[in-house]
Design a protein around this ligand. Structure first.
Ligand SMILES: [Zn+2]
Ligand SMILES: [Zn+2]
Ligand SMILES: [Zn+2]
Length: 271
């Protein structure tokens, strides 16, 4: 079950360039140094198009990458850089008709209902319309059509948030520790996407060196680092990374196999 993963955004919460910053990376003319807020779009061949997070930059990202379908949304956590584009899913509602299923852990679902109370507790007068979502709280693996989704618990500072595994691909964005029970879920990956903020330590994100230690242990065939701040110039940082590890950049497309051994295959002919 082939799928194209598009990196809609590879930047940290401020984006790169940062407002008002004149550093070399923020002034760089290399398009790979322009990083919007973190999100990926997973388009399964003859299957669903799955958006992971609704970043602050969703509208611009959808236009830049010709995204015309979102059949389901997976939320990693409720920090602003991962959810603030939620209102833009209205366009997908209009184009596709009907609710879009969305999935989050309990805390993130609660935060979404509070932050976007106009969506989940709509006012009587709607004006320009509101996103139509069917938000589910998840606690274990589930399916979106034929695609098996395995949530992967990771630590983002003290907070436990979710990464996701689909087939041989895993997306772990804001992370500074992988708990013992999640390591087996990272076995046998072809493609691991892992957050790596910068070289200097941070209380809630892996540094590049810490991310490389995860790669050493999980041994994916290929790793892409994401959620990158303006400390890391793309070309120079990428050249110094070990084989099989690269910095992601906005617009990068990677082909994966979204089929998991345990998932129900009865969804053939989905849509
Ligand atoms: Zn973030
Ligand atoms: Zn800068
Ligand atoms: Zn975060």
């Amino acid at each position: 079950m082939k799928a194209d993963v598009t990196f809609l955004g590879s930047g940290t919460s401020h984006g790169v360039p940062m407002i008002g910053c004149t550093c070399a990376v923020c002034r760089s003319t290399d398009p790979r140094d322009r990083r919007s807020r973190p999100s990926v779009h997973v388009a399964v061949e003859n299957g669903p198009a799955i958006l992971i997070d609704t970043s602050t930059d969703l509208r611009h990202q959808a236009l830049a990458n010709s995204i015309s379908r979102v059949d389901a949304i997976l939320f990693t956590h409720s920090h602003a850089d991962h959810i603030m584009g939620l209102d833009d899913v209205r366009r997908f509602n209009v184009m596709q008709g009907g609710d879009i299923p969305a999935y989050a852990d309990e805390r993130t679902a609660d935060d979404l209902r509070r932050t976007f109370s106009y969506i989940f507790n709509p006012p009587s007068e709607k004006g320009g319309g509101i996103p139509q979502l069917a938000l589910s709280t998840i606690s274990g693996s589930f399916n979106i059509g034929p695609v098996g989704i395995q949530p992967v618990a990771i630590f983002h500072g003290k907070r436990s948030i979710l990464g996701y595994r689909l087939g041989n691909f895993a997306y772990l964005t804001d992370c500074n520790r992988v708990p013992d029970e999640s390591w087996p879920l990272l076995d046998g990956l072809d493609v691991l996407v892992l957050g790596a903020l910068r070289h200097r330590p941070h209380p809630t994100h892996f540094t590049v060196a810490e991310a490389l230690a995860v790669v050493e242990r999980a041994r994916p065939r290929q790793c892409y680092l994401t959620h990158i701040c303006h400390d890391l110039p793309h070309a120079e940082t990428n050249a110094a990374l070990p084989g099989g590890v690269e910095l992601a950049y906005d617009g990068l497309v990677v082909t994966i196999d979204a089929a998991s051994a345990s998932a129900d295959k009865s969804g053939d002919g989905w849509k």
